[in-house]
Design a protein. Structure first.
Length: 384
């Protein structure tokens, strides 16, 4: 399968995941629910994303991931059409939950395929490209969703996604792929699959990824409400374009290879970026919009640097099959997203914005402690 086709599949898969985020204010009004309840549209999808990838990882250790990716794309297209026709919020939520069951199949299939087909520097480079496509999918999914809602209807974007998913699925040819079940010996039981994931350094890194995405999901999910309540921005076009800071942050994160020339130790680099991430969260308490956007850009850049560094490291550290390693990464990542997309919203709703920022800061500091412990654990000789 050409890498560019895989990256295109990634792009539109992330459209499905993030399209509702800038629409939460619109959906809260249309379905007459609270901001925290509308935020559960993201939690409903991320909750199965947090659990299912391990199961899918075990499945993909024995079967061709491209075949499952193809079927997942078709199913996601169907759910996109279903989503726009739901008459009440409960059914809307149920549709998002179903999408959450399908999305990890697609995401784990893509990361597994990359892990199986490439090694060494090529693995690092192509995994970084995959992460870049996920970043672009998250950005365009949010911005296009907001702009389709402003210029057409919010439903029209879902029709567009559905058509593109079908087109991409039809181009995936599974017969031509040179599939091998795993670069590791295939274990005989599920316990044997997951046992290598208990290795201390690997588990700490997974938990740090959880903390990272908890904070990121919390802020991004409630950004429309923050812009409305603190900066009086209610136009969906303006909200969509504030997400441009997300893209600028992604572009800034491309400086990671340059920075790694000066900080070659993985754990030192992750510790420094996690510290920057934490500082940016603390500074988001400002009430000046221009400064908020600048700090938000730094926040996004730090997250992408952590993500693009951590994903290849877990593949290097883990002795588990590639599909299990990446399935676990996706699980921890979206476990943080599932909780981060709901709990901070409750905190903000009941205790205000300052408490919301403090909660994100505390979780980020836990992530900082975890990666720092890995450095102290004796991994100072591990080089990127």
């Amino acid at each position: 399968m050409p890498l560019m086709l895989l990256l295109s599949c990634s792009l539109f898969t992330f459209f499905v995941l993030y399209a509702p985020q800038p629409l939460l204010m619109i959906l809260a009004t249309q379905y007459n629910v609270s901001p925290a309840s509308s935020g559960s549209l993201m939690s409903a999808t991320m909750l199965p994303l947090a659990i299912a990838p391990i199961c899918y990882g075990i499945l993909f250790a024995r079967f061709n991931p491209l075949r499952i990716l193809k079927y997942a794309m078709f199913l996601l297209a169907i759910t996109c059409i279903t989503f726009v026709h739901m008459p009440n919020f409960e059914l809307l939520l149920a549709t998002r939950f179903i999408q959450g069951l399908i999305l990890p199949a697609a995401l784990t299939a893509m990361t597994t395929y990359i892990g199986q087909q490439y090694q060494g520097r090529t693995l690092h480079k192509n995994m970084t490209r995959y992460i870049a496509s996920s970043i672009m999918g998250g950005y365009l999914g949010r911005v296009l969703s907001a702009n389709f809602a402003a210029f057409f209807t919010w439903q029209s974007f879902y029709y567009f996604i559905a058509v593109m998913l079908v087109v991409l699925a039809l181009t995936i040819t599974t017969q031509s792929s040179q599939f091998s079940p795993s670069k590791h010996t295939v274990p005989s039981s599920p316990k044997d699959y997951v046992r290598p994931l208990k290795e201390t350094r690997l588990f700490r890194l997974y938990c740090a990824v959880f903390c990272m995405f908890f904070c990121f999901s919390g802020l991004l999910n409630y950004l429309p409400f923050i812009l409305q309540t603190r900066f009086h921005i209610i136009d969906s076009k303006m909200i969509g374009w504030v997400y441009t800071s997300y893209l600028v942050g992604a572009i800034l994160s491309l400086s990671t290879p340059t920075l790694r020339r000066y900080i070659t130790n993985n754990w030192v680099f992750l510790s420094a970026v996690f510290l920057t991430y934490s500082v940016s969260i603390a500074l988001l308490s400002v009430s000046n919009l221009n400064f908020f956007v600048v700090i938000f850009t730094l926040f996004c850049a730090s997250m992408f640097m952590i993500h693009s560094t951590a994903a290849p490291i877990v593949n290097q550290l883990s002795k588990a099959p590639t599909s299990i390693t990446n399935g676990a990464y996706v699980s921890f990542y979206y476990s943080g997203g599932a909780l981060g997309s709901y709990i901070p919203g409750l905190i903000m709703q009941h205790h205000g914005y300052t408490a919301f920022i403090i909660s994100l800061l505390l979780v980020s500091l836990v992530g900082l402690v975890l990666v720092t412990k890995n450095y102290k654990h004796g991994m100072s000789t591990m080089r990127g």
